[in-house]
Design a binder for this molecule. Structure first.
Ligand code: SF4
Length: 341
């Protein structure tokens, strides 16, 4: 169902073209046309979202699956998505739903109001709602309305995002969205341009902006053999996080599996991920995690001061071992995050 969009403007009072200011593409859309994401349409000079209230996925997930390791650890997050994305990553794991509007020229989804989603989350015993699987920026109206309902029920809200929103949207998220995992896919603009159809700079700027807005931030880099797995690039990414965001931002180094248009290369070798882990720690990041390798030692959280395993993880099984009131029980160092045990 069409619903008037937020964050758009007419190019001029007598010009029916509109500019969408939801993401850094800032599409200029003539009447009858769609934006890059294919879920926002100019109808007679007014911009509409075509995905409001239409969920393509609803699941109860561990918050660790987002991944968010320092946000209500061990809790469940009610996870929703609509169809559509403003990127077109060749390795997308959820391409059937993220690229559906663009490739199949259709938008499927089941009707659900924001209040219904929030109530379902509470009934399921979730501590938060996650806007995830596809890009929440392109369903921001629906996500923010749902976040308001969730907040009224005492639940928190998290985004899993490519980080391509505008500063205007970050402003609207402030106070409603409590945590976010942003993909920093590479340290080169060329990668973003070729593989995702986007630019690197807005993502880099948003990492800082989101942190300054008080939204808990974790970062994920999918390490793809032959594309972004060399030492120099991994070190650039880790150094950017350390220098611009500080040592406490968790960095998830995730294993690639052949997907979608990138089925021609092998999964990331464990040795590559371990090399990346060492680079992150060597640069000075306190919390570096290897992802998509269940049972890997580096899924656990270690105290950055004394090295004690404070939270042990095996896949999505979480064992709070040496953490009390957010502090390492061995040496008293604070382990940063949101509602840490
Ligand atoms: S959300 Fe982004 S891609 Fe979609 S119409 Fe707006 S500016 Fe374009």
């Amino acid at each position: 169902m069409a619903h008037e969009a937020i964050l758009w403007e007419r190019l001029a009072p007598d010009d029916p073209r509109v500019r969408c200011n939801l993401c850094a593409h800032r599409c200029v859309i003539p009447p009858g046309r769609l934006g890059v994401c294919h879920v926002r349409e100019n109808r007679d000079g007014t911009l509409y979202t075509l995905v409001y209230g239409r969920t393509i996925s609803q699941h109860v997930d561990p918050i660790e699956k987002k991944p968010l390791f320092h946000f209500q650890p061990g809790s469940s997050s009610y996870s929703i998505a609509t169809a559509g994305c403003n990127f077109r990553c060749a390795f997308c794991q959820n391409w059937e739903i993220s690229q559906m509007p663009r490739e199949q020229k259709t938008i499927l989804g089941s009707p659900a109001t924001p209040a219904q989603i929030a109530q379902a989350a509470r009934r399921a015993g979730c501590a938060s709602i996650a806007y995830t699987y596809t890009e929440p920026t392109v369903f921001a109206e629906y996500a923010l309305d749902t976040a308001r309902e969730a907040l009224a029920l005492g639940l928190k809200n998290v985004f899993v995002s490519n980080g391509y929103m505008t500063p205007e949207l970050v402003h609207l998220m402030t106070g409603l969205i409590h945590g976010i995992n942003v993909d920093l896919k590479a340290g080169r603009g060329e990668f973003y341009h070729k593989i995702s159809g986007a630019a690197l700079e807005p993502v880099l700027a948003n990492l800082k902006l989101l942190q300054q807005a008080g939204i808990w931030l974790e970062v994920t880099t999918l390490v793809i053999p032959g594309l972004n797995d060399n030492d120099a690039e991994l070190r650039w990414v880790a150094s950017y996080l350390f220098n611009e965001l500080g040592p406490d931002v968790p960095w998830h180094i995730s294993r690639f599996y052949p997907q979608y248009k990138m089925s021609d290369r092998p999964p990331t070798p464990a040795a590559t991920l371990e090399r990346a882990w060492h680079i992150g720690r060597d640069v000075g990041l306190h919390y570096v995690y290897v992802g998509n390798v269940p049972g890997h030692r580096s899924e656990s959280t270690f105290c950055p001061r004394c090295g004690t395993t404070v939270i042990e993880r095996y896949g999505y099984h979480v064992n709070i071992r040496a953490l009390k009131n957010g502090v390492c029980t061995q040496c008293g160092t604070a382990i940063v995050g949101v509602e840490m045990p």
